[in-house]
Ligand binder design. Sequence first.
Ligand SMILES: [Mg+2]
Ligand SMILES: [Zn+2]
Length: 178
Amino acid sequence: MVLKKAVFIDRDGTLNHDPGFINRPEDFSFYEGAVKALKDISALGFKIFIVTNQSGLGRGYIKESDLAKVHDKIYAELKKNGIGISDILVCPHLPEDRCLCRKPSPYMVKNAADKHEISLPDSFFIGDRESDIRTGKNAGCKTILVLTGNGRETLKKCGVKPDFVVEAIKDAVTILGA
Ligand SMILES: [Mg+2]
Ligand SMILES: [Zn+2]
């Protein structure tokens, strides 16, 4: 059996503008070039997963049904562009819940890798926060920090070194294709 490779991507601040808790589809918008980037990543033979902490669920700021609508919009917009993604993995908990899944835990990534037969050393994690870079490292993936969202702040004080740093998700494609 040949294992597949994947790109695990943070949502807010990496793929889309981050205005805070997003609980309406109209508040979700991809960064310029993000959809094209996903298309290119897919064409390179990577499976795509979105991996997101949504503590707004646990805090009661976001209803599950609203999050589902936001994610339906993501799936629909990508489908319209001929892009299929494998899954959107969500941790709904608060930090103080001490759950298994919240990033920087590699739990969601490792679970997905088992389920979809993915080789983690051949895979990447892309995100704008230290917790994203740590998740990737904890899972044994290569890591890419984007400077969108919280990325510039993260670069200044990141306690762990990402393998690559790029301006935005669209600039990650050349690294994945190398
Ligand atoms: Mg983020
Ligand atoms: Zn969790």
